[in-house]
Design a protein around this ligand. Structure first.
Ligand code: ZN
Length: 409
């Protein structure tokens, strides 16, 4: 779909492009202006929209007509088209119709693939062959996979010490180079690289939330209705705002007649979104608290666009404790999902919102299961008791487990 880019500070309009430093006019006057994608709906070909058709839902590119793709064909690994699963275990204790949108089955096992399939497609088309990403892990792995697939020669991922071994192996396997440094020092190095012409494929830039709209599109098709609420584990919040914008697009096109509420969840340790919502602040309030177990939502800032999405949708935001994350990760396991700690925030968020009277009985609520637990062995192992080694006897087994056995006298 045709689009332009508009500066959110000075309102200058630009044709599609890379724009390493955001808005060129703002950058020239020493300021930072972030660019936003403005889609040209006058150009929309309704015949190419899939809603209400029988075509298989097997990739996010089913919705290509609604995405700001510059090239003719996207760089794809088969991202999107993920299943929804009824949360039987969680729903049994709450009078709600809860579903998981299982993004852990994306090609690199996280929802980030929707971002990078679109962003890397455009960046490659613009001709960049040096890309850099600064990420706690999921984004770096996804950026590396798509950039390699696009034939981009130089791929550099900057990650904090908390980036675990499976993620490091994954990033390296895709042919990227990886460097580990302190969490908060990554952005200054990233800026130096951008000055040298490296393209920053990171959150908070144009094209970073567009792909997430397809989660909303898929949900509307899969549920054949609009859910009452979407619960999302928010870091900087591109995903949360992208999904909200997806629902708004469908509303604008008269494909749906109501909108869901957006519920953002973060850890108690770092909760910039929750603080902004609870203090009625227009701007995000940085939260420099200790590193939480939910590494994927450990950003100390949230984008104003995520705050706007929660407010516009009459949603809410919750901070979740370590103990509650631990319980919720195991509850999601009872429904057959092995998720990362940040994703467990969603089940905990549903319980919290229910307790605070945010839902009516029977409401349909969607937890976005953003990423798999496989990548985080060091973070997840402490949530469980040590696994015992036993002798091959029933007696030894009984002492090591909660089961009881009948012994021959
Ligand atoms: Zn500007």
């Amino acid at each position: 779909m045709r689009h332009e880019l508009e500066c959110s500070s000075c309102n200058s309009i630009y044709p599609p492009g890379g724009y390493l430093h955001g808005c060129p006019a703002c950058f020239e006057s020493g300021n930072l202006g972030s660019l936003q994608v403005i889609l040209d709906y006058d150009e929309l070909n309704f015949d190419l929209l899939p809603f209400g058709t029988e075509t298989p839902l097997n990739s996010m590119w089913r919705y290509q007509e609604l995405l700001p793709l510059v090239s003719k064909k996207p760089i794809t690994l088969g991202e999107g088209g993920t299943p929804i699963l009824r949360a039987n275990y969680l729903s049994s204790n709450l009078d709600l119709n809860i579903f998981y949108k299982n993004e852990t089955v994306n090609p690199t096992w996280s929802f980030k693939d929707r971002l990078y399939s679109l962003m890397i497609s455009n960046v490659a088309e613009f001709g960049y062959n040096k890309i850099v990403n600064s990420s706690t892990g999921n984004a770096g792995a996804s950026a590396a996979a798509y950039a390699s697939r696009a034939g981009i020669s130089d791929i550099l991922i900057l990650s904090p010490h908390e980036c675990e071994l499976p993620l490091r192996n994954q990033i390296l396997s895709y042919g990227a180079q990886l460097a580990i440094l302190d969490f908060e020092s990554r952005s200054s190095l990233l800026n130096l690289l951008v000055d040298q012409g490296w393209y920053p494929v990171i959150n908070g830039t144009h094209y970073s939330s567009e792909g997430y709209k397809t989660i909303a599109f898929e949900l509307v098709e899969q549920l054949e209705e609009v859910p009452e609420a979407i619960v999302f584990p928010a870091g900087i919040g591109d995903g949360l705002s992208g999904i909200w914008n997806g629902f708004k697009v469908l509303h604008q096109l008269d494909i749906i007649s109501k909108l869901p509420r957006m519920i953002g969840v973060q850890s108690e340790e770092r909760q910039p979104l929750v603080r902004a919502i609870s203090s009625n602040s227009k701007e995000a309030i940085p939260d420099m608290g200790p590193m939480p177990i939910t590494i994927s939502t450990s950003g100390t800032m949230t984008g104003t666009y995520a705050i706007d999405a929660v407010r516009e949708s009459k949603g809410c935001a919750y901070a979740i404790s370590y103990d509650e994350i631990k319980i919720s990760l195991k509850e999601m396991g009872r429904d057959g999902l092995f998720v990362e700690p940040a994703t467990a925030l969603t089940a905990a968020g549903v319980k919290q919102a229910h307790k605070e009277g945010e839902f009516d009985n029977g409401d349909t609520v969607i937890c976005i299961a953003t990423g798999t637990g496989i990548k985080w062995p060091h973070g997840i192992s402490p949530l469980f008791d040590p696994v015992p080694t036993i002798d091959p006897t029933l007696d030894s087994l009984e002492r090591a487990t909660s089961f009881t056995f009948e012994f021959q006298k």
